[in-house]
Structures are given as C-alpha cells and as structure tokens.
Design a protein around this ligand. Structure first.
Ligand code: SF4
Ligand code: SF4
Length: 230
C-alpha cells in the first residue's frame, strides 16, 4: 500500500505565494553550491527549501537567509527543477513581516521598510528622508556619518524631496498588493484546512501550528490565519 504523506499547511502557503514547485526539490544542493550569499546565511538555500517542505515555520520566519538573499537567481539557473529560491525567500519575508517577528537581519528589514515608506509617501525614493528613517529604525545614528556629509557637500543627496503628480496611483498599487496578499492568505487558509483534514494532520516540524488533529478541527487554521499567510 502506498503511504500518503501529508503536506504541512505552511509548505502549501509558501508554495502558492512564491509560485515555486517546492515539492519537486530532491536536495541535490546545486543551489547552495552556487549561491554567492551563502557565506552570510544562517540556513543554506537547499535547507530553506527542505524546511519549507517540512513546514518549519518558526525556524524560517526568524531566519536571516531571506533578508540577505540578493535575488541574483543563480539558484534558479542551477536547479534541475527550476526552483527560484529568491521568490521563496520573498514569501518568507512577507510571512515574517505579517507575523511581526524580529527580522533575521534587522538592518536589511529597516532598509526595505524605509525605502517603501519613501516610495509610498512621495512616489519615488528621497534619499535623505530614507536615510533618516533607516537610521531611526535601525538605531545606527552615527554610522557612515562622514560619508553622508561628504555626499551632501558634493550635492549627491538632495535636501528637499520631490513628489510625483499621480501619487494616488502609487497608493492604489500598494493597496492592490496588500489586497492580493490578503486574498492569497485567505485562499491558502481554505486550502490548508482542507488539505489538513484530508491528510489527517497538518502540524509542522516546529509543532507551532497546533496539534496534528487540531488542524483538521479548525484550531490550526485559526492560528495560521493570524498573519494572513501563516
Ligand atoms: S538545486 Fe533545486 S532540486 Fe537541488 S536542492 Fe536546490 S532547490 Fe532542491
Ligand atoms: S537568488 Fe538568493 S538564494 Fe538564490 S543564489 Fe541568489 S542570493 Fe542565493
């Protein structure tokens, strides 16, 4: 008799959000062998994929790896299954943000949020404002001060921001992206509960998504739904 191995809800949600065929990975490690950022990662790319397969949500959303991935796509070029791990990492960053956990790399996370704040407020990046936000969010007030002053002296940093004319359209883009996230989270939650009920279990490797039986009963679904994706 063929054994049916249930797929953890977290694996399904990350697979849907990233659009990557995570279940096809057979751990050949070619991705990690070519990743130029492997030296800075706490979990190597092939391990990220394996942990997603296992549903190790808590370990993954606290990891540094998704934040230091540069999106160079070397992993996808080398993968015999065409898996783009940068998209998996993007999905993990979104899951970490939704769950409000301390980012695995707070400096990169602070930079991301400062850049997006600038684009949302002005429709473009305003470097000086972005730097101010980044300094406040990262707590690195005096780092690179001399460099910043030199750039100001040379006119590389504009003192005043400029706003684009059609800012509402940018706002609409942000809202649409947030709405797509919500819809994806809701869709994944429905699929996840169904899958868990059919498989009879849905607990992950960390055991943080409710007990195996409770997922089918709805408890795990509620816990997973709190972050939209998770
Ligand atoms: S290269 Fe592809 S199949 Fe091989 S371990 Fe990495 S993700 Fe998995
Ligand atoms: S996209 Fe990210 S995970 Fe893939 S090789 Fe580049 S840095 Fe590594």
């Amino acid at each position: 008799m063929t054994a049916i191995v249930p797929v953890p809800f977290f694996a399904i949600s990350i697979e849907e959000r990233s659009g990557q065929p995570i279940r096809r990975c057979y751990q050949c490690m070619k991705c990690s062998g070519g990743c130029p950022m492997a030296f800075a990662m706490d979990i190597l790319p092939h391990q990220v994929v394996r942990l997603v397969q296992l549903g190790a949500r808590a370990r993954l959303i606290a990891a540094r790896t998704p934040w230091v991935c540069t999106g160079c796509k070397t992993c996808q070029a080398r993968c015999p299954n065409g898996i783009d791990i940068s998209k998996v990492n993007d999905a993990l960053k979104a899951a970490a943000t939704a769950a409000r956990v301390t980012p695995g790399d707070r400096y990169v996370a602070a930079f991301h949020s400062s850049f997006l704040s600038s684009v949302r407020g002005l429709g473009r990046s305003y470097e000086l404002g972005m730097i101010g936000l980044y300094k406040m969010r990262s707590g690195t007030y005096t780092a690179d001060l001399a460099l910043g002053l030199a750039m100001l002296r040379k006119g590389k940093l504009k003192l005043l921001p400029k706003r684009i004319h059609h800012l509402r359209e940018v706002d609409r883009l942000f809202r649409r992206a947030a709405g797509a996230d919500d819809a994806r989270g809701a869709g994944a939650a429905g699929g996840g509960r169904g899958g868990a009920a059919a498989g009879g279990t849905g607990g992950d490797a960390d055991g943080d998504m409710g007990g195996a039986g409770s997922c089918g009963a709805g408890d795990g679904g509620g816990a997973m739904g709190e972050g939209g994706l998770d």
